[in-house]
Design a protein around this ligand. Structure first.
Ligand code: ADQ
Length: 464
């Protein structure tokens, strides 16, 4: 087998050793695979240019070559901020009320996928294995085939696949889904999203689904399966010994002054259920006066996608809500919520996770949610914290021993917080041991190997 070629919207080049702590788990896993196969990672540079030239910037760090292109302002507006983040992201997270359907978004999306294909196809050799990532690049496989590529090409969706009844509200939905039939393998995070995709194939396209996940539509076949993504557990456990992690642990521990700490860590995004979470915590404070002054909730949520209007709105809403809760319940020497709009490198985060007695992770919908797994990996085996997790996160399919809640229900969230804070040590240990077993077993290397192996064995017939 030839090299592994990874194509994603953004490229995460390996960082020098000194900055290793801030490398994401996904990047670590992919970089390892790219190094092993002398592979390449293609994508957008994150920079803008006046006119798209297709000029490729090739860089090589730690044995991994990355090839990136700059995009025009209009591309970024229509493809990235537009179709990807204002149409597909909300729709795939069941927020049809927020999805914007604008024909310029759709054409910009197709244009950028074509540009990527035209630019990168000549750099792909005959026996390379091509792995396309996420909702930004759904039609890329079709575009690569149109340029004559006969390689094995796989696609992995990091976010949920919506139910068929929602999917059909997307204009030209058939065109988008049919473009996926050019992949040899299509991977989803969980069986739930896989099933939704199968329903669409059967009901909307009149296709068939075989027991092994092979789909067939109008004589075209592709393999489909669930590959739940994990974290780099060993790396995470080592991080805890580093000075920045120790410092973060000490800082949070000291600042809690003997109070119990609840933590939430998310990108500031409406899919993460932050408003509902704050309201659930408020209900907890209302219903449990004995806990006033004895618990502190730290929510870390750095803003993302500032150019999309909805994100400004959620930011304002949360600022106001945290202010109201603090105004209502705070004492001179205690604030119930510390709400921080700042990102932290991984070393710092893992120290915070370790210092927290409870993690409150309640997305309304999430492909997987790696924060939940990172929290589990950061716990002290002799005195672990409790994970409260939304049943609507993909991770809930694996992390069954978490306290699973309906994030829309303030009462359920409030009851779970109470239960977590009161949970005896023996039960915390029993639950955590089950959780860590899963996090260790189905880690990011397991995910990557399973996908690549399935892709290698995926060919049902050579593309014509
Ligand atoms: P995200 O929506 O970004 O990812 P998540 O999986 O929770 O969601 O986080 C990804 C990474 O970002 C984690 O490593 C986490 O530590 C980091 N991160 C999150 N919030 C942070 C913060 N406040 N400060 C610093 N770092 C932070 C998408 C999908 C998920 C899916 C992943 C991977 O939406 O469902 O799990 O891709 O497939």
């Amino acid at each position: 087998m030839g090299r592994l070629i990874v194509i994603s919207n953004r490229v995460s080049a390996p960082k020098p050793r000194s900055a290793e702590g801030s490398q994401g788990g996904l990047a670590v896993a992919l970089v390892a695979a790219l190094q092993e196969s002398d592979g390449l990672w293609f994508g957008w540079s994150g920079r803008k240019t006046d006119h798209y030239s297709g000029e490729v910037h090739i860089e090589r760090h730690e044995g991994v070559a990355t090839a990136t292109v700059d995009l025009e302002e209009q591309d970024v507006d229509e493809y990235y901020n537009g179709y990807a983040n204002r149409t597909l992201w909300p729709l795939f997270h069941y927020r049809i009320d927020l999805a914007e359907f604008d024909r310029t978004f759709g054409s910009g999306y197709e244009r950028v996928n074509e540009r990527f294909a035209a630019t990168f196809a000549p750099m792909i050799e005959a026996d390379d294995l091509v792995w396309v990532h996420d909702y930004h690049l759904i039609p890329l496989g079709q575009q690569l085939r149109a340029r004559g590529l006969k390689n094995r090409i796989g696609f992995f969706l990091h976010i949920p696949w919506p139910p068929q009844r929602l999917m059909v509200s997307l204009p030209y939905h058939q065109r988008l889904v049919r473009s996926m039939l050019d992949y040899d393998l299509i991977g989803f995070q969980t069986d739930e999203w896989l099933e939704s995709f199968h329903h669409y194939i059967e009901r909307e396209l009149g296709g068939t689904v075989e027991p092994d996940g092979t789909i067939e539509v109008d004589g075209r076949r592709a393999k489909t399966a669930a590959f739940p993504i994990g974290i780099d557990v060993r790396e995470f456990e080592q991080v805890l010994a580093r000075p920045d992690a120790r410092n973060a642990y000490e800082t949070l521990h000291r600042s809690a002054e003997g109070r119990k700490v609840i933590i939430g860590v998310d990108r500031l995004d409406y899919s993460k259920g932050l408003t509902e979470r704050f309201n659930g915590y408020r209900r907890f404070l209302e219903e449990n006066p004995d806990w006033l002054g004895r618990v502190s909730f730290l929510q870390i949520a750095p803003p993302t996608r500032g150019e999309v209007h909805t994100y400004e709105h959620i930011r304002e809403e949360l600022d106001a809500l945290s202010g109201r809760i603090n105004g209502e319940f705070a004492h001179v020497d205690w604030v119930p919520i510390r709400y921080v709009n700042q990102g932290y490198p991984r070393d710092g985060l893992s120290g915070f996770y370790r210092a927290a007695d409870v993690a409150l992770i309640t997305p309304l919908r999430d492909g997987m949610n790696l924060v939940a797994k990172e929290y589990v990996a950061s716990q002290d085996p002799d005195d672990p914290g409790v994970l409260i997790l939304s049943r609507f996160a993909g991770a809930a399919h694996q992390l069954r021993e978490a306290l699973l809640v309906n994030p829309y229900s303030k009462d359920e969230v409030s009851d779970a917080i109470r239960k977590a804070l009161d949970m005896p040590r023996a039960e915390r240990i029993r639950r955590w041991e089950a959780l860590i077993d899963n996090v260790r077993e189905e880690d990011v290397l397991h995910w990557r190997r399973a996908f690549v192996k399935a892709l290698e064995g995926s060919r049902t017939a050579a593309p014509e």
